[in-house]
Design a protein around this ligand. Structure first.
Ligand SMILES: NC(=O)c1ccc[n+]([C@@H]2O[C@H](COP(=O)([O-])OP(=O)(O)OC[C@H]3O[C@@H](n4cnc5c(N)ncnc54)[C@H](OP(=O)(O)O)[C@@H]3O)[C@@H](O)[C@H]2O)c1
Length: 335
């Protein structure tokens, strides 16, 4: 049976608190010269929290920001324009709990000939219980993990992320927003992989970190497959550290009250937390690099299980099989 590092939300929040005291080796390496002029950046879950902070910071640094969101369209985009002083911001509908929405989003990018230089896979949820989506898959598993498999595969398959990019000085980058809480999660349990099972708050907290371990294992395998002979796309993973966001908005009332205080007083603002993600997305320090991991501004290794090639291969195959079982279009796309 799978388990994550934490099953107590207060312990998880306090671990985030101690993380704030860790040495941030690369903090000074991001400078005002790190700019996105002429670059298109897609950010999922950009209407709130970290994604919103990223949108403002990247727009300020000259990027064309595509906010891929399921809600607050167009208000959040208007707010980003106001706060950044840039009008190079647009919002597009993307609901990662609906497979059809992922296709529609990608079709829109193809139609408008948008090929992002940077794709930041940020959207995520921390739900207090299991919820069935229209595909039959559990919502946190789908939004935090499998939708990212679908989105990245469709983007590569439709040429949205360009593999024939030898002439480009800046190779496309994909940044996975993860959590250092993935460390210490169990091996992936394929007996329960993608199967809907009701769960409560403790298991939800454990699943959150366990699904991040699965996400990191996928990111590592994607990098292996895309960058076989030479670097085509920089595919890297980052934990933004503890951030004061809406991530606990679905938690039970009492828990929200308890954690809300910790979040407000101790956790960092989305504006501040966005800076290491900006660094990984644009800095020359990541030129020619893939499968790197940052915990805020600190270079780190992910959990050792993430790097096992057999684990990555098995995860890829099981994810594709699961996807095909819930989506009739997947077969023609993937075979
Ligand atoms: N906050 C932290 O301390 C922390 C620490 C480590 C990692 N992270 C990671 O940071 C990322 C951003 O989270 P956050 O803390 O900024 O929380 P947040 O404020 O709740 O933002 C989450 C974003 O994901 C979007 N989202 C949720 N379900 C979606 C769906 N079905 N389709 C499309 N978008 C969806 C949300 O949209 P709606 O507004 O429509 O719900 C929102 O824009 C997550 O991956 C999270 O795991 C956060």
């Amino acid at each position: 049976m799978s388990h994550g590092r934490f099953d107590n939300p207060v312990v998880a929040a306090m671990a985030g608190f101690w993380d704030l005291f860790r040495k941030q080796d690369n903090a000074k390496r991001l400078t005002d010269k790190d700019r996105f002029d002429g670059k298109k950046v897609i950010i999922t879950g950009a209407n709130s929290g970290l994604g919103f902070g990223l949108s403002v910071e990247i727009a300020k640094r000259g990027g064309y920001v595509i906010m891929a969101c399921r809600s607050q369209i167009p208000e959040a985009g208007e707010m980003v324009k106001k706060m950044s002083g840039s009008d190079k911001v647009e919002m597009r509908k993307l609901d990662l709990s609906k497979i059809e929405s992922i296709y529609e989003f990608c079709n829109g990018l193809v139609k408008d000939q948008i090929k992002p230089d940077v794709t930041i896979l940020n959207a995520g949820v921390a739900l207090p219980d299991a919820r069935k989506t229209e595909s039959g898959l559990e919502q946190m598993f789908l939004v935090n993990y499998l939708s990212n498999v679908m989105l990245t595969n469709i983007m590569f398959n439709k040429g949205i992320i360009d593999l024939n990019n030898d002439s480009k000085a800046f190779k496309p980058r994909i940044v996975f927003i993860s959590s250092d809480s993935h460390q210490g999660s169990s091996y992936i349990d394929y007996n329960e992989f993608g199967i809907f099972e009701p769960y409560g708050t403790s298991k939800a907290i454990a699943n959150y970190s366990y699904f991040k371990l699965i996400l990191n294992t996928y990111a590592t395998e994607l990098s292996r497959r895309v960058n076989k002979e030479k670097l085509e796309v920089g595919i890297n993973v980052i934990c933004p550290g503890p951030v004061h966001t809406n991530i606990i908005k679905e938690a039970p009332w009492a828990l929200r009250m308890a954690l809300g205080g910790i979040f407000k007083v101790i956790f960092r603002s989305p504006a501040k937390a966005s800076l290491p993600v900006v660094y990984m997305s644009i800095s020359d320090d990541f030129k020619g690099k893939s499968n790197e991991y940052l915990h805020m501004f600190k270079n780190k290794e992910m959990d050792s299980k993430v790097y096992i090639p057999e684990e990555g291969k098995k995860l890829w195959e099981r994810s594709v099989k699961l996807w095909k079982s819930v989506d009739t279009k997947a077969k023609s796309l993937l075979d």
